[in-house]
Design a protein around this ligand. Structure first.
Ligand code: OGA
Ligand code: MN
Length: 204
């Protein structure tokens, strides 16, 4: 197990959440950001959906991000490097926690200025197959006034994590309640889930 992955496993075991900075080399990060910007500009992203339990609520009142699912056969060089990391993480967490985690799913995300994602868990009422949530942030020179912090609720209080370039946040999908605060500029990330069920086709 490489050091980063071992550190993540230990932090997850102790705190249900792990945060690592400078996950990938700077040139890979800026490549990932550049590609996301370009795909967003070309209209390849679409509004994200939410769990079936909340279909009666207008989606934009819950989350305002746009997403693009990534497919293993269709990755850029930089995306492939990140997938290699996720694959190693998936295998290591599966061994460390002694649970079958056969695959992960992953999408690019862009939160336009003014958007947010209200407080939620990543396991929806009907589905509990997402075991670990993993987010890589791609925002250069982010500061507090840009907003868009990931707010994590724990022990009756909360703390905010800046979505800064190269920062990886990983948490238990069933245990960690969280929220994305209103962002004041376009906020880019890659969001994924390591799952315990077998893969099914993605239609979103
Ligand atoms: C999600 C989510 C948090 C973030 O996509 O489910 O909560 O910081 N994202 O982007
Ligand atoms: Mn979430």
């Amino acid at each position: 197990m490489n050091n980063t992955v071992a550190l993540i496993a230990e932090q997850l075991d102790r705190h249900a959440i792990a945060i690592v900075d400078d996950l990938l080399p700077e040139d890979v990060l800026s490549q990932l950001l550049g590609e996301s910007k370009q795909l967003l500009g070309e209209g390849e992203f679409h509004p994200a959906l939410i769990g079936r339990g909340v279909t009666e609520q207008r989606i934009s009142e819950v989350r305002g991000d746009k997403i693009l699912w990534l497919e293993t056969e269709n990755l850029s060089e930089a995306q492939q490097l990140y997938f290699n990391f996720l694959e190693e993480l998936r295998e290591s967490l599966s061994n460390f926690f002694r649970i079958g985690l056969p695959w992960f799913e992953c999408h690019l995300a862009a939160y336009p200025a003014g958007s947010f994602y209200t407080r939620h868990f990543d396991q929806f009422r009907e589905t509990n197959n997402r075991i670990f949530s993993i987010i890589l942030y791609l925002n250069e020179n982010w500061n507090e006034t840009d907003g868009g912090q990931l707010r994590i609720y724990e022990n009756g209080t909360h703390r905010d994590v800046e979505p800064k370039m190269g920062r990886l946040v990983c948490f238990r999908s069933d245990l960690v309640e969280h929220e994305v605060l209103v962002t004041n500029r376009t906020r880019f990330s890659i969001t994924g889930w390591i799952r315990r069920d077998e893969p099914t086709p993605v239609f979103l």
